[in-house]
Design a protein around this ligand. Structure first.
Ligand code: BGC
Length: 424
């Protein structure tokens, strides 16, 4: 079966994970702290701030027609209300490189990292943050709007909720123990209150009072949604033709007998609670890596499912994507798979993961579900947050000593699918 004409075939990255030297961001400051929650600091990352031209050309050469990347707020607005013409010129060059290579850009405005000053002012629990975020988005789109056909305001706006659910369930101790949180064993064993406390404590040294995006509180939830709504309005005002959406991390929540009610509660917390803010969006970005299985006693840790685990400790379960697409289809919003991928040292498993995941996309399309693109996470082996550079999600390997790129077979496999606009 062929995919619809104009289907976007791409790979994704995020600024902090690939650019290098993101010194004005809150994560950079956190990484430098004594006893940091990070396996290693991001450092030069993949030097993508300098090497973006060759990286984008490589994606085009492979056969992809799209690239999802993020613009770094900390670079564009290094201090409150002061915008950097140099940073804006840089992102103009990145966007122009995409267009020159026949690559449709999809731009994320916030991918986990914030300017350090924002976090010091209270970050994602401060009532002024939505207005500040919208002002930054407005500036970016006044300058660059005509070059950006698709914009994602906030990456995985529901990540704080998910972390909280995992911790509440005890699953945080295994599935996501070091993964999403990467906070290390001692903190994840503590439960949500202690965890919030220790995160705040860890930040206190250099980022007084700040709360970065992984906010667990109801106040934080409302602030994130308001930031999305205001940002969408600011983007539309500056660049009416740009299509705007949000991205959500969505696991396929599956119930075993007796787990139905709890499974529904988990899904609502991750998804349904976010629906009011999506009213007025042009699309929704689906980010999926695996499933959650819920039994009568709650979430069953992936390690207990006796199945293949990825480098992240997630279950190898690419079928999850189809489950999520079918569930979200009810909103009527067009969907892009803005992230789907696997961390593995065995590249044959990556190709197989992609093949099985895309089989699910095909079946969803055949049933009339509106999916418009697929972005593999990630284009490059990159900085996997608190886990550092150990997990390898990339289609392309990066030697960080030389910054030499090596294309993996899975990249050619996905590129072939993109060229044919069909899996086989
Ligand atoms: C995030 C990425 C991250 C990926 C793999 C997503 O939650 O958007 O930044 O690297 O998952 O863990």
């Amino acid at each position: 079966m062929a995919f619809p004409e104009g289907f976007l075939w791409g790979a994704a990255t995020a600024a902090h994970q690939v650019e290098g030297g993101n010194v004005n961001s809150d994560f950079w400051a956190l990484e430098q702290q004594a006893g940091a929650m990070f396996a290693e600091p991001s450092g030069d990352a993949c030097d993508h701030y300098r090497l973006f031209g060759q990286d984008i050309a490589l994606l085009a050469e492979l056969g992809l027609n799209s690239y999802r990347f993020s613009i770094e707020w900390a670079r564009v607005e290094p201090s409150p209300g002061e915008y950097s013409p140099q940073a804006l010129a840089h992102y103009r060059e990145v966007l122009e490189a995409c267009h020159e290579q026949g690559i449709t850009p999809m731009v994320t405005l916030h991918h986990f990292t914030s300017p350090r000053w924002l976090t010091e002012l209270g970050g994602w629990e401060d009532v002024d943050t939505p207005g500040r975020f919208a002002a930054y988005c407005g500036t970016v789109f006044s300058e660059l709007g005509p070059l950006i056909p698709y914009a994602c305001t906030i990456n995985e706006a529901n990540i704080g909720r998910i972390i909280r659910q995992l911790l509440d369930s005890g699953e945080g101790r295994s599935l996501h123990r070091e993964a999403v949180l990467g906070l290390g064993a001692e903190t994840t064993d503590l439960g949500v209150e202690k965890l919030t406390e220790s995160v705040t404590e860890a930040r206190r040294g250099q980022l007084p009072g700040g709360v970065f995006l992984f906010t667990f509180s109801d106040k934080g939830h409302d602030i994130i949604l308001r930031a999305h709504t205001l940002a969408r309005a600011a983007i539309k005002e500056a660049s009416p033709a740009t299509k705007v959406g949000i991205t959500l991390a969505l696991q396929d929540v599956q119930a075993r007998p007796g787990g139905e009610r709890e499974a529904e509660r988990i899904w609502s917390g991750q998804f349904t609670d976010f629906l009011p803010a999506l009213d007025g969006d042009d699309f929704i970005g689906i980010q999926n890596y695996s499933r959650i299985v819920v039994g009568p006693d709650g979430m069953i840790p992936a390690a207990e499912l006796e199945t293949e685990l990825t480098q992240m400790g997630y279950e190898f379960y690419p079928q999850a994507l189809e489950g999520v697409l079918r569930r979200v289809a009810g909103t009527g919003l067009p969907m892009f798979v803005t992230e789907n991928g696997i961390a593995t040292a065995d590249d044959t498993r990556r190709a197989e993961f992609v093949r099985l995941a895309l089989g699910g996309v095909e079946r969803a399309l055949a049933d009339g579900i509106d999916v418009r693109g697929y972005f593999y996470w990630s284009a490059l082996d990159n900085f996997e947050w608190m886990l550092g550079y150990r997990p390898t999600f990339g289609l392309v390997a990066v030697d960080r000593a030389t910054q030499v790129r090596t294309v993996k077979d899975s990249a050619r496999y996905l590129g072939g699918i993109a060229r044919r606009n069909a899996v086989s």
